[in-house]
Ligand binder design. Structure first.
Ligand code: HEC
Ligand code: HEC
Ligand code: HEC
Ligand code: HEC
Length: 199
């Protein structure tokens, strides 16, 4: 493990200079963010890292934002645009920061993965990346979904489709009766913001 890590960093060191240069804006951003923790406490950082712009700074050539805007989460009659982190990062600030630290491994990926910030890379790796994102959501029982969709299992609204009510109620009951059969939101709902790849 230690050896692996070492060779990974050694590999990074061998990257052509151009790659390092790409990392400078992100590195500068992180330096400011770390400095800000000292000066203003976590709030400033939370704020800075809570916008779509932060996510899109590394994913700028990916169609992710357009996909959200085309989905029910960006194109609905209520005029709501759901932000990246509202789905992907937990609402609880402590876990939020832990996830940020994990996400910061992406900085390493950003610098080392060949062609990462291109649409071709996303298209080619969509399935693998989607499944990673799903694994994370499963691990938190789709908490992020549930923080908006609060009345899916209990106090279901009159207007919820009959079929949906029935499926949701059945699933909720399994929590008590057959917990091993209980499903989380994203087990039944894939591709709610980006097209879920077939393979
Ligand atoms: C520092 C650059 C960087 C930033 C900022 C960034 N990402 Fe990423 N992201 C990456 C890289 C690189 C990968 C793919 C490699 C990997 O998984 O390490 C990735 C993969 C992902 C994945 C799929 C894989 C997984 O582990 O779930 C999701 C989802 C994701 N990013 C969402 C986000 C969101 C939401 C934000 C904003 C809160 C964000 N990213 C900000 C670089 C970044
Ligand atoms: C910030 C609030 C918010 C979050 C977080 C959120 N949603 Fe939604 N969701 C909405 C809104 C708003 C709509 C559109 C409602 C409408 O059109 O009346 C919606 C619509 C939906 C729909 C119906 C439309 C469709 O695409 O079939 C499903 C299913 C859904 N969300 C599932 C999810 C899942 C799964 C997650 C977590 C990955 C999630 N939502 C996260 C607010 C949210
Ligand atoms: C066992 C599978 C299952 C699980 C788990 C599940 N759903 Fe559903 N959900 C459905 C089905 C089936 C429908 C109806 C699909 C349709 O009409 O297109 C539905 C419909 C919906 C709708 C649209 C309701 C409407 O009337 O249009 C929303 C929003 C939604 N689900 C959110 C969620 C959220 C959030 C979770 C997690 C808390 C969740 N669902 C968990 C199966 C599930
Ligand atoms: C409504 C919730 C929701 C929103 C908003 C959302 N995502 Fe996702 N995202 C998901 C889910 C769920 C997956 C897992 C795959 C799937 O079901 O399509 C995912 C997958 C991903 C992936 C892996 C590749 C893929 O397409 O599956 C990346 C990268 C990603 N999201 C980044 C972002 C970024 C950046 C934003 C903001 C522009 C964003 N997401 C907004 C729910 C969301």
């Amino acid at each position: 493990m230690v050896d692996n890590k070492k060779s990974a960093w050694a590999k990074l060191w061998q990257q052509p200079k151009a790659k390092w240069m790409l990392g400078i804006p992100v590195g500068a951003f992180l330096a400011v963010a770390v400095g800000a923790i000292g000066f203003f406490g976590g709030q400033t950082v939370l704020h800075a890292t809570s916008s779509d712009a932060f996510c899109m700074s590394c994913h700028s050539n990916h169609s992710l934002k357009d996909e959200v805007m085309a989905s029910a989460h960006g194109n609905n009659k209520a005029g709501i645009t759901v932000q990246c982190q509202q789905c992907h990062l937990p609402p609880d600030p402590v876990r939020y920061l832990v996830k940020k630290i994990i996400v910061s491994k992406d900085l390493y990926g950003y610098l080392t993965i060949d062609g990462f910030n291109t649409q071709e890379w996303l298209d080619e790796n969509r399935k693998e990346q989607a499944d990673l994102a799903l694994d994370y959501l499963r691990s938190i029982d789709s908490d992020t979904c549930q923080s908006c969709h609060t009345n899916v299992y209990e106090n279901q609204p009159e207007s919820m489709k009959k079929m949906a009510k029935k499926m949701h109620a059945m699933n909720f009951k399994k929590l008590q009766t057959k917990p091993e059969k209980y499903k989380t939101c994203v087990d039944c709902h894939k591709g709610v913001a980006h097209p879920y790849p077939k393979k």
